[in-house]
Design a protein around this ligand. Structure first.
Ligand SMILES: [Zn+2]
Length: 85
């Protein structure tokens, strides 16, 4: 187990938590009511809509904030590990 492996684990956990579209894809259910999202029209590829209340991804998507402390204090400042996200 190296520091880089640990860093990868942490980075993956954070990406999954934040639902980074590049990692885990768009949400599959409406955050308001839990309705399964439907794909948008062909003119809007990559969008997803809620039939129930009109919620639309990514238009209405708000990146969730991690709970306080979850990612704080773990070498987050500049220069901690330079160049790595
Ligand atoms: Zn909805």
């Amino acid at each position: 187990m190296s520091w880089y492996q640990l860093l990868d684990i942490r980075r993956q956990a954070r990406a999954e938590f934040e639902r980074d579209p590049n990692v885990v894809g768009p949400p599959t259910a409406c955050p308001n009511d839990g309705e399964p999202l439907e794909p948008g029209p062909p003119s809007e590829p990559g969008t997803w809509h809620c039939r129930f209340d009109g919620w639309s991804y990514p238009r209405d998507w708000i990146r969730p904030e991690p709970p306080a402390g979850l990612f704080d204090g773990v070498a987050e400042g500049p220069g901690s590990y330079g160049g790595l996200p």
